[in-house]
Design a protein around this ligand. Structure first.
Ligand SMILES: [Zn+2]
Length: 305
């Protein structure tokens, strides 16, 4: 029985990568660990963080300068996870986007004087400068030319970009996933013109481009069209490679479903999971309301094509 339509699920994209900051920014990052703020000189302009090229004029860096780690808050935004601000460091020509920390909300104002707040222990990245907090009173301090003993630039910095978001199902996927979660039932829709059954269900037939009409139950049993053995590891994997991925067509449907085939030695997949092999779903104990509620499909013994 249908109880409700699932509307969305929490999802996350994670993207680990290696940043190669270049020489100037590499020096800037390395020097943060020594509690020095290094800018680059481009003609009569000074950029902080130091850059190899001035993004506005294209002028290459003609040298480095050390700036007093104080400045003025030019703009800010308050988020659930803290305050971000644009800080114009004294002597620099472009503002620096970073965390603003330690302010009482009432004191947060454009034009406020700020000073660097250094991390207790350097970790080797931009957060060696934890942010800018209240302070930095007094007249601006001019940049000091040609700082001595510059650190070797960081050549590579490891980052992971993480994006949390809510994935909206819409009516069709929501109805399917609700039936999966509550009744262990797969539901497709029939096209009103070609009468093909589509699973996952959708509003419009992808062949006729007309609205789909009636809901139908689909048994979690079908036939293998093709298979592949996954050997590489990637984020979000539920199984450790190697494992067998297959393109399946469930009985009565006209669409293909990609899922795992389990209970098979991946080394034997070429013959054991041959096209035409019959399979059925093995449901998980988890009830997440997604096709991951099927742990995998297993071969039906004695039912080759
Ligand atoms: Zn159709």
């Amino acid at each position: 029985m249908m109880t409700e339509t699932m509307t969305s699920m929490a999802a996350q994209i994670r993207m680990p990568y290696t940043l190669t900051p270049g020489e100037a920014t590499g020096i800037f990052l390395a020097e943060l660990g020594r509690r020095r703020l290094i800018g680059s000189r481009h003609g009569d302009r000074i950029l902080v963080p130091a850059q190899d090229f001035d993004g506005s004029t294209g002028e290459p860096a003609g040298g480095f300068v050390e700036l007093a780690p104080v400045g003025r808050l030019e703009a800010f935004t308050v988020t659930e996870r803290g305050v971000l601000g644009l800080v114009l460091v004294d002597g620099a020509d472009v503002p620096f986007l970073h965390r603003i920390v330690g302010f009482e909300e009432a004191d947060l104002a454009i034009g406020a004087r700020v000073a660097a707040v250094w991390a207790d222990a350097p970790v080797g990245g931009v957060l060696d400068l934890a942010g800018f907090g209240p302070g930095g009173d007094g007249p601006g301090v001019p940049p000091r030319s040609a700082p001595e003993g510059l650190a070797q630039p960081f050549e590579q910095v490891e980052y992971t970009m993480t994006l949390d978001y809510q994935h909206s199902y819409g009516h069709y996927y929501g109805t399917l996933f609700d039936a999966v979660r509550t009744d262990r039932r797969l539901r497709g829709v029939k096209c009103s013109r070609c009468r093909r059954t589509l699973l996952p269900p959708r509003a419009i037939c992808d062949v006729c481009f007309v609205p789909t009409a009636e809901w139908v139950d689909v048994e979690a049993v079908g036939v293998v069209q093709a298979c592949s053995v996954v050997h590489i590891e990637f984020i979000g994997q539920r199984l450790k490679p190697p494992y067998v991925y297959a393109e399946l067509v469930l009985d009565g449907t006209s669409t293909r479903l990609i899922h795992m085939v389990g209970g098979v030695d991946p080394a034997e997949a070429r013959t054991a999971v041959a096209p035409g092999s019959r399979v059925r779903a093995v449901w998980s104990d988890r009830r997440t309301g997604s096709l991951a509620d099927i742990d995998y499909f297993e071969l039906i013994p004695g039912e080759p094509s």
